[in-house]
Ligand binder design. Structure first.
Ligand code: 5GP
Ligand code: ZN
Length: 110
């Protein structure tokens, strides 16, 4: 399997602008922001996409949403959008599950 870009970021082999970190997730700024505030909520566990989720991953999904809430609180976001692209046809480019959190003026949809 080729090395996964987001696993490298999670393992700090590649740099990123980290805005939040917990035991199970890393949140960092999107390199090509589509909104005033655009971060990626990434579980540290490698899962290719939402289409590969299993029931045993239910805590991980909960953690992603609670992390979004925490990041929104810390950054005083009045409101925000959460987006997951699933599969190439939906625009998924990185095959490591991630939740886009966008706030402020949105330039384009992810
Ligand atoms: P997707 O299209 O898979 O839903 O979203 C992948 C996102 O990752 C894109 O919005 C893209 O700008 C972002 N991205 C791609 N490569 C990098 C990178 O090396 N660092 C960071 N911080 N973001 C990246
Ligand atoms: Zn990965």
């Amino acid at each position: 399997m080729p090395p996964c870009l987001f696993c490298k970021i999670v393992n700090k082999e590649l740099s990123s602008e980290i805005v939040y970190e917990s035991e199970k997730s890393l949140v960092f700024k999107d390199i090509h922001p589509k909104a005033d505030f655009h971060v990626l909520i990434v579980p540290k566990k490698h899962i290719e996409s939402a289409n590969r989720l299993e029931f045993e991953d239910k805590d991980l999904i909960m953690e992603m949403f609670l992390t979004a809430k925490e990041v929104a609180l810390q950054n005083q976001l009045g409101g925000y959008k959460l987006i997951i692209n699933v599969g190439r046809k939906a625009g998924q480019l990185i095959d490591h599950l991630h939740l886009h959190l966008l706030a402020g003026k949105i330039k384009e949809i992810v």
